[in-house]
Write a protein that binds this ligand. Structure first.
Ligand code: GLU
Length: 429
């Protein structure tokens, strides 16, 4: 009980006991330790290491004077730019009025769960915030099992099993690819097969494609190509445009789901009103693309791919047989094969694994439990983003495109990640 007589027990039950989101908590803890003079390798928060492209920054500067409230759904020029972007990259036609701009796609996902009365169906592992959002708004979460050998992907069979239990039940499925936390994506055939199940059960498919531009082979495909009538494409500036702190997210819905966008816009109008005007004007430039944006993305992908291969090789050196990573900036190794040795050191859960690793090596990562994995599974997510992305981009531009960025490049420009992997592997051995 508090001394002023105002009781914590009056907190909404859905929120009581919920901790700060793990990604933000590990970032704050890492920064506190750094401020205390400790050496910390920040592989916890998944923040883009790359700077916001210069022309996008210039657009923000040029629009600093924009002061009016914008339409709730978004700046019309930005809605149009998002639609043109989806048309250009996926060959899909959306209407600008069905695009909703939010203060981060995270907030849009929350509002979607708030307005739609359906279960949330997500594979385990999934990103840290989907399930807590469902809990906050009082939705049921249905975790669907996956297998590490199958890249932790949601399979049509598993989805079918869940839906067949109660075919008429309304459901939102979140499909995130390239995936946070696993670093894997879906093939065209896998997307097509999932689309068949989604259509059969009239699922709302929330397709979280925020890492789409960071698929290493630049071949990202949206499931909206195969299930257009039920898919919402979610994206934003945080990952491929280096602008996490700008807080700008986008939802593009089909005309069939306009009633849903309408309900979401109502909630937006009663809560955040509209996203910061200068940020929306600047975002138009980002979604317009063009040569320099393409070069920025190409080199971002090259660098991330080189690190991913390095991380993959380091994990293979520990005896883990992982498929090669597909995109984004995460890996999700499961160290259960090393359980005997770890248990002898008093480590039997993923939380202990990550706490001890941070204490003893300075490498900050997140335990598998944050992503819906069992406590005793020794899985963790590492975000290989602790390097100076601006310097790395400049250096990568000097290496001919047909040459891979090798070990020397990584040692020179992504050294903190290389060192973090060395420390992690030495410690695990
Ligand atoms: N998406 C990032 C991550 O998973 C961080 C942003 C956030 O959680 O809000 O680490």
């Amino acid at each position: 009980m508090s001394t002023n007589g105002i009781h914590e027990m009056h907190l909404n039950l859905n929120v009581r006991g919920l901790p700060l989101s793990a990604t933000l908590e590990i970032n704050e803890l890492s920064n506190t330790l750094i401020a205390q003079g400790k050496q910390v390798y920040k592989l916890g928060l998944g923040q883009s290491p790359f700077p916001v492209p210069q022309e996008v920054v210039a657009a923000l500067q040029a629009n600093a004077h924009q002061k009016d409230y914008l339409p709730v759904r978004g700046l019309p020029a930005l809605q149009q730019a998002v639609v043109s972007y989806i048309e250009r990259t996926q060959g899909l036609a959306y209407h600008p009025q069905n695009v909703l701009i939010g203060p981060g796609s995270k907030e849009l996902m929350f509002i979607l769960q708030l307005v739609y009365y359906g279960d949330l169906v997500i594979p385990t592992p999934s990103w840290v915030s989907y399930a807590p959002q469902a809990q906050i708004v009082g939705r049921q979460v249905r975790w669907v099992p996956t297998r590490a050998e199958n890249k932790w992907l949601l399979t049509p069979d598993e989805l079918e099993k869940v839906c067949a239990e109660d075919p008429a039940k309304p459901r939102i499925v979140i499909l995130n690819y390239p995936n946070n936390p696993t670093g894997y994506s879906y093939s065209e055939d896998e997307l097509k097969a999932l689309a068949v199940v989604a259509r059969k059960y009239r699922i709302i498919m929330l397709s979280d494609e925020i890492y789409g531009e960071l698929q290493f082979d630049s071949g990202h495909r949206s499931i909206a190509r195969y299930y257009p009538e039920g898919t919402i494409i979610s994206s934003g500036l945080s990952k491929w445009c280096g602008a996490g702190g700008w807080r700008l997210g986008t939802f593009a819905a089909p005309q069939e789901l306009d009633w849903l966008v309408k309900a979401m816009a109502t909630v937006a109008s009663e809560t955040y009103t509209s996203v910061s005007a200068p940020i929306q004007y600047a975002a138009v430039r980002a979604f317009e693309g063009g040569e320099t944006m393409e070069a920025y993305l190409k080199h971002s992908r090259r660098i991330l791919k080189a690190i991913a291969e390095h991380v993959h090789a380091a994990l293979a050196g520990l005896g883990l047989a992982l498929p090669p990573l597909d995109g984004g900036f995460y890996a999700f190794p499961d160290f259960t094969p090393l359980a005997a040795g770890l248990s002898a050191r008093g480590i039997t859960t993923s939380a202990q694994l990550c706490t001890r690793m941070l204490e003893e090596t300075g490498v900050a990562v997140l335990p598998g439990t944050c992503f819906g994995r069992p406590e005793s599974e020794l899985s963790l997510r590492l975000a290989y983003v602790d390097f100076d992305g601006a310097a790395a981009l400049q250096a990568a531009a000097l290496v001919p495109d047909d040459q891979p960025l090798g070990r020397e490049f990584l040692q020179a420009h992504c050294n903190r990640v290389v060192t973090a992997m060395e420390k992690m592997c030495a410690w695990l051995k």
